[in-house]
Design a protein around this ligand. Structure first.
Ligand code: AHM
Ligand code: MG
Length: 343
């Protein structure tokens, strides 16, 4: 544990690594401040009237929790005035939110899932906020920003991270120079670095997938999980452990700290949908972090950060974590495709 604050880390990144333009530094500080406010609301829970459904649905037809909307508002209000953003997009809003004309417009685009894992809010299991930062395309400053400006591959992200509201509130961040973790020091009101240059520990035999969907999975996913379940007696020759929190932030955080693989693959419940998770607000930022920590992130066949972005609320299959395990799942897809093509 170091004593370095987030502010000092960001100044050093700006000064020494040349990795951080001033506007991006401000953006990250403001997102971190917003996450502090969200953490406060999450902690209030029932005492602050924070729990429960709002009685409305979001753009994807999912029930909105009160906290989904509160956290969305906190992020919008915190970020609209700083002059660092051209626009924002959120899992909870149908359309993009351009910086209002009364404020200066900046170079960046901010995308977020205000509360990820929101089905867990009411049962006091960790939830989080996920964010991704893109640069607005060249020339966009002289015209209206629109949703097409967000249609960039994940590989163009300039920063990504999440806050996790668990036993501690943590902020995990990358600006493309490794992955850093900060803990919210409530006494000081500041973020303190708790781990630098996180790399995914190797050879931890743990997988995370919603097993109740087993019968709907594609054969390569079943093959991988069957082999994990067979343990020492099967093809892998070792025992595996399984965890599923239904909060992607919590599952990804565990993988960053302890290793293993996370999957939310395509399944036959909604065959026309590539997956459940959202490319822009969930898969891309997590893929950036996981790759920066030495892992890999694929949709089963394609590197997530190379998937073409075609819609704001696009879904994608997700297989991420330990690079060797992910490569195995990708190889099973490749073998399956080859067999199907030659049949
Ligand atoms: P949300 O953003 O609406 O909370 O949905 C995303 C969450 C992920 O955090 C998690 O991995 C997944 O949905 C859990 O889905 P399921 O309930 O199908 O297991
Ligand atoms: Mg989510």
């Amino acid at each position: 544990m170091t004593n370095k604050t987030l502010t000092r880390f960001l100044v050093e990144q700006q000064r020494e690594q040349n990795a951080l333009p001033g506007q991006l530094r401000l953006l990250i500080e403001i997102v971190a401040r917003a996450c502090k406010a969200i953490s406060h609301s999450v902690n209030k829970g029932a005492l602050g009237g924070m729990l429960g459904d709002l009685g409305s649905e979001n753009v994807q037809g999912e029930v909105q929790k009160k906290l989904d909307v509160i956290a969305n508002e906190i992020l919008l209000e915190a970020n609209e005035w700083g002059g660092h953003l051209a626009a924002m997009a959120s899992e909870e809003m149908e359309a993009i939110y351009p910086t209002p004309n009364r404020f200066p417009r900046g170079e960046y685009l901010l995308l977020f899932d205000p509360i990820d894992g929101s089905s867990n809010i009411d049962v006091d299991i960790s939830v989080g906020t996920i964010f991704s930062v893109l640069k607005a395309p060249a020339g966009a400053e002289s015209r209206e920003i629109d949703a097409n400006d967000f249609m960039q591959k994940g590989a163009t992200q300039v920063a990504a991270g999440y806050a996790i509201y668990g036993p501690q509130t943590l902020l995990v961040l990358t600006v493309g120079t490794g992955v850093y973790e900060f803990a919210l020091d409530r006494d000081m009101g500041s973020w303190r670095m708790t781990q630098a240059n996180i790399t995914i520990p190797k050879n931890y035999a743990e997988f995370a997938i919603n097993m109740s969907n087993y019968r709907h999975w594609a054969p390569p996913v079943r093959r991988y999980v069957d082999e994990c379940l067979a343990g020492k007696d099967g093809a892998r020759g070792k025992n595996f452990n399984m965890r599923w929190t239904a909060s992607m932030v919590a599952d990804v955080h565990r993988i960053l700290k302890r290793g293993g693989i996370f999957m939310y693959p395509w399944d036959a419940r909604k065959p026309d949908m590539p997956g459940k998770l959202r490319l822009m607000y969930e898969a891309n930022p997590m893929a950036f972090l996981i790759e920066q920590a030495g892992g890999a992130a694929f949709d089963g066949r394609t590197r997530i950060m190379d998937v073409d972005a075609t819609a704001l609320h696009q879904r994608v299959g997700v297989v991420l974590g330990d690079a060797e395990e992910v490569e195995r799942v990708v190889a099973y897809h490749r073998e399956h495709d080859a067999q199907t093509a030659s049949a």
